[in-house]
Design a protein around this ligand. Structure first.
Ligand SMILES: NC(=O)c1ccc[n+]([C@@H]2O[C@H](COP(=O)([O-])OP(=O)(O)OC[C@H]3O[C@@H](n4cnc5c(N)ncnc54)[C@H](O)[C@@H]3O)[C@@H](O)[C@H]2O)c1
Length: 350
């Protein structure tokens, strides 16, 4: 990890100026101690547009030119997954810390190689896995960690919607692997944040929308090391009059109480003997956020704030590469289970 003068802002560059990157740029602008000094997109006009809109001086269409001309502390990679490996390699080669969007690699072999490379080059690798950073989800994780409902023996993390995600991200319709790889990865990561690593899992998938290539529903049953059984279920084929998009709903049964995180961030805590508390966990949304995306946008600010604090403190962020390997491996295991009809033991980091 590079050393910095604590009085100087961290100098960052955003690579990939597409649909989601706008949230990352807004979030960086909300944070003190970080200055985005360059943007890079292989389509120059996209970099120019973001540069103008966010007042960022360095505009590039080629990362090597950017590294040659801009002294950087970190890069924030928001290009699509097939571009990640080459971009991570380039940043690691230049000794620059890395934040990379999910899924950070197209295979576990590539993920392993990139983590090892970053370690060997002494740069930090953090995956932009933001769902566990949602305000309400962090509260639920905290309650479980503090043992407020005793040992959790059952969990359900559920994301069901009919929202047209293909309008903003048309490439999703072309992916042979869709919902587990794109969305389920977040929901599986929430399950890991709540209940820890997974001993084995099984998975069923289906494709309801005939206009897309990949699966748009998945039901995954996880057995966590600590003994919790958890169901992760995702759908982009669910018709609901009041669509909760893009909220993740959570049910947890513990030995001494239960939690239900419902729509609109209402958390119910059920106590033994019949008592029930209700709390509204709606946070203050970022000023630039827009419904229905606010819950995601707020989590981006939280993740990036934590990353900057960890960077300054010289410690790894929560979703560092090796941690996220164990989330990515759940995605691989889920596809293998769906293909083979068998229970699968996911790979672990080391
Ligand atoms: N965390 C989340 O909640 C979330 C949500 C949406 C997308 N994502 C992730 O963000 C990433 C980008 O998704 P998107 O929907 O914004 O994609 P997008 O296609 O809208 O944008 C990607 C941009 O990267 C550029 N690009 C591609 N290869 C490049 C390269 N080698 N160098 C520089 N620029 C390059 C493209 O020209 C494009 O402008 C994906 O990994 C996706 O999974 C995450």
């Amino acid at each position: 990890m590079n050393e910095n003068n604590p009085n100087e802002p961290l100098r960052g560059a955003l690579i990939g100026c597409g649909f989601f990157a706008r949230n990352q740029l807004h979030a960086w602008q909300d944070l003190t101690g970080v200055a985005l000094v360059a943007v890079c997109d292989r389509e120059l006009e996209r970099a120019e547009r973001f540069g103008r809109e966010f007042g960022i001086p360095g505009i590039f269409s080629d990362v090597e030119a950017m590294f040659a001309q801009c002294p950087l502390d970190f890069v924030d990679i928001a290009a699509p997954t097939p571009a990640h490996a080459a971009l991570v390699e380039a940043a690691a080669h230049h000794g620059v810390d890395i934040i990379c969007q999910k899924p950070f690699a197209g295979s576990l072999e590539t993920a392993r190689r990139l983590i090892n490379l970053c370690e060997a080059r002494g740069v930090s690798l953090t995956i932009h896995e933001n769902f566990r950073w949602q305000h309400a989800i962090r509260d639920v994780v905290r309650l479980v960690d503090k043992g407020e409902i005793g040992r959790p023996f059952f969990g359900r993390v559920s994301y069901r919607s009919g929202f047209d995600v293909f309008a903003n991200q048309p490439y999703l319709a072309e992916l042979p692997r869709f919902i587990i790889q794109d969305l389920g990865i977040h929901v599986l990561d929430i399950a890991r944040a709540l209940f820890g690593d997974v001993a084995h899992l099984s998975c069923e998938t289906d494709r309801i929308n005939p206009a897309i290539k990949g699966e748009d529903t998945a039901t995954i049953m996880l057995r966590h090391d600590a003994g919790t059984t958890c169901v992760v279920d995702c759908s982009y084929a669910t018709t609901l009059a009041e669509d909760p998009f893009p909220q993740s709903l959570i049910e947890i049964d513990g030995a001494s109480g239960s939690l239900r995180l419902g729509r609109d961030f209402v958390l119910e805590r059920h106590r033994p003997g019949g008592g029930k508390e209700r709390r509204d966990l709606t946070p203050d949304w970022p000023a630039w956020s827009e419904q229905p995306w606010s819950v995601i946008q707020e989590s981006v600010v939280n993740l990036q704030r934590d990353w900057a604090e960890c960077r300054r403190a010289g410690r790894a962020a929560a979703t560092h590469g090796a941690d996220n390997f164990n989330t990515l491996s759940l995605v691989e295991a889920a596809y293998r289970s769906a293909e083979t009809g068998q229970t699968v033991v996911p790979q672990r980091w080391r």
